[in-house]
Write a protein that binds this ligand. Structure first.
Ligand code: FES
Length: 243
């Protein structure tokens, strides 16, 4: 793990308020890990944690939504400019621990960290994506490019199936389920998997100021006591979380 200045290769508009920035990063990255990103002009004080969306050779990409001053500033950066990257951080998903066919479930911006996971799992992954509506759908086609089975669900039915993505996963068909998205979605999946003895991992989102276990701002209550999302996670067994 190191802090380096990285050259921006692309910073693309994806959909309203959502962008993807790709930077040069010569480092090994596991799916589910994240980096802390900061602009070189110090226009915002704290670095922003962004999960890795994809890795291609020495290029690491991050899908992000503009939500505050930091991400707004990042969205204005151009190809060729530099950005400070600190990472990779967090535990990430352990591919070898995922047995059998894996249901990978993403909700909203929670689809961001699972693309690279699906890419590495290959034909072992079957994908379920849940969005609010067709205007707020991201990177569906990219999942379809790498996985034979992709089920898309929108709450209002404006694209794909209608309703909640959690209602479209035939859980008992799978040995492992991985989820990333709104807490209510992950909780529902984790509780179902625990009851049915299905292996389940969730990737949690927390506010992170330091990203390395110092500020205590990313607490996660677990059955084994308080843990830190940045250091002990962000990937946890669904069974160990106190929801
Ligand atoms: Fe500071 Fe986790 S972000 S302890």
């Amino acid at each position: 793990m190191k802090i380096v200045k990285n050259r921006i290769l692309k910073n693309q508009f994806v959909s309203e308020g959502v962008y993807r920035i790709s930077v040069e990063a010569d480092t090994q990255v596991k799916p589910g890990q994240f980096f802390m990103l900061k602009t070189l002009d110090n226009s915002f004080l704290l670095p922003r944690p962004l999960s890795v969306n994809d890795v291609n050779g020495n290029t690491v990409s991050f899908l992000y939504r503009v939500e505050g001053k930091g991400t707004k500033k990042i969205s204005t950066l151009h190809e060729g400019e530099e950005l400070q990257l600190f990472g990779p951080l967090g535990n990430g998903f352990d591919i070898n621990d995922l047995k059998g066919t894996v249901a990978v479930v993403g909700g909203g911006m929670g689809v961001a960290p699972i693309l690279y996971l699906v890419k590495l799992l290959g034909q072992k992954a079957e994908v379920y994506l849940g969005y609010k509506d067709s205007a707020n759908m991201y990177i569906c086609q990219e999942f379809k490019n790498i996985s034979e089975k992709v089920v898309v669900v929108t709450e209002d039915g404006s694209f794909g199936e209608k309703g909640l993505v959690t209602d479209y996963v035939p859980y008992n068909k799978y040995t492992s389920v991985v989820a990333c998205g709104p807490e209510i979605m992950m909780r529902k999946i984790a509780e179902h998997c625990t009851e049915n003895e299905i292996q389940c991992y969730v990737s949690l989102e927390r506010r992170m100021a330091c990203g390395m276990g110092v500020c205590l701002g990313c607490n996660v209550e677990t059955k084994a006591g308080n843990k830190k999302a940045c250091k002990d996670g962000p990937v946890f067994s669904g069974e160990e979380i106190i929801w």
